[in-house]
Design a protein around this ligand. Structure first.
Ligand code: UD1
Length: 356
């Protein structure tokens, strides 16, 4: 009998990380996987380094879409992916991760070609439709046949939109990836490789959301706020942010670094005394590694991280950054754990049984 064939579509760095445990689990379950890279992220430091470092299967094809406006990028991925899927050996499922333009573009193409869509990290909501990612999440969830949710909150969000069929609580694949690679990061990439800062004596910051980068006054305010902290701040800079920094000089205590690989980020995160970020994934990694976080956005799609002050969402003005940096935090209430086995083995098991 022919084995099930999944076409996985990835394009941006968090998706490469999420695919690490899932690809392994699909392989163990005897499910054939073809990986398509949309090329949304194309710089080596945002893309190839993740494949090398995490030992990921190289993509069968790179659609090389590159950057553009949202409509242009989404439409370009759609046209190129449709061509690819129509010419390639047939697949039973298209699997997508998260909330990027690559995610929504692939879900739209697959749904219209009548190929069932699998959405890993389904059901997340920030309830802020000004975020492009929120639009991508909503559309992708409503197109998906299988929806793998990291948390009970995500399952409930879907139920509120009338989606119950095909929705499963399976745990968070990013937690699983983090557990797979934290030891390796500790052994291979000690803190001294990146900085003279001592463990627990620096803050780590990342900024790349359009709401922060594309508003010059707000971006300047974030640098001002970080500049007023009483410790060094390490700041791996996303290309979007670098491009928008015209006229802003980083304050003396803010050390701007190139984008980091996943293992390097795990090293920097686990030794930081506090994290300042607008990334979704880093909020969670901070929580799981026991580092308090300040989210440079007024809301989060990961409300569990807010428990007992472990994460605080702010409108990122200098004053709000200063006061959030001084806030206390209490005991943690864990989240993202797989209810059975691991998140990725649950995903592989459910898909195998459904398609047997
Ligand atoms: C995208 C996702 C976001 C995810 C993030 C992870 C969407 C809408 N957003 O945001 O959900 O958290 O990836 O990083 O899909 N650029 C480069 N080199 C690259 C890639 C991008 O220079 O390899 C530049 C582009 O020219 C562009 C900017 O970075 O100006 C933003 O890239 P884009 O693909 O729009 O999305 P991200 O901001 O990375």
């Amino acid at each position: 009998m022919e084995s099930t064939h999944v076409c996985t579509v990835v394009g941006a760095r968090p998706q490469f990380i999420k695919s690490a445990p899932v690809s392994r689990a699909l392989e163990s379950a005897g499910i054939r996987e073809t990986v398509v890279h949309t090329g949304q992220h194309f710089d080596r430091e945002l893309s190839q380094i993740f494949f090398d470092e995490l030992g990921l299967r190289e993509p069968r094809v790179d659609l090389s879409v590159g950057s553009g406006t949202h409509a242009w990028q989404t439409a370009s991925i759609m046209m190129r992916l449709e061509d690819y899927l129509q010419g390639a050996p047939p697949c039973d499922l298209v699997l997508v991760y998260g909330d990027t333009n690559s995610t929504v573009a692939a879900a739209l193409v697959a749904a219209k070609l009548h190929i069932p869509v699998v959405h890993v990290e389904a059901g997340l909501r920030s309830f802020n439709r000004d975020m492009p990612e929120e639009i991508n999440r909503i559309v992708t969830d409503h197109l998906s046949r299988w929806l793998f949710c990291p948390t009970e909150t995500a399952v409930q969000n879907l139920a509120q939109e009338g989606i119950t069929r095909g929705a499963y609580l399976c745990g968070d694949v990013m937690l699983e990836a983090m557990r797979m690679f934290t030891e390796k990061a500790r052994a291979d990439l000690p803190l001294e490789l990146f900085t003279s800062c001592r463990p627990g004596e620096y803050a780590l910051a990342t900024v790349h959301r359009p709401a922060n980068t594309d508003n010059h006054a707000r971006l300047a305010g974030i640098f001002e706020g970080l500049g007023a902290l009483d410790c060094p701040v390490l700041m791996p800079l996303h290309p979007r942010t670098r491009d928008r920094m015209g006229g802003i000089s980083p304050p003396a205590n803010v050390m701007v670094l190139p984008p980091m690989s996943y293992l390097a980020m795990l090293t920097l995160t686990q030794h930081a005394k506090r994290i300042f970020t607008d990334s979704g994934g880093l909020q969670k990694e901070a929580f799981w590694l026991g580092v308090p976080c300040v989210t440079l956005r007024p809301e989060t799609e990961w409300p569990e991280t807010l428990s007992n002050g472990w994460n605080r969402c702010i409108n990122p003005t200098p004053a709000a950054i200063a006061s959030a940096a001084a806030e206390p935090y209490g005991p943690q209430l864990p989240f993202g754990e797989a209810p059975a086995g691991t998140a990725s083995s649950e995903i592989a098991r459910i898909l195998s049984e459904a398609l047997a």
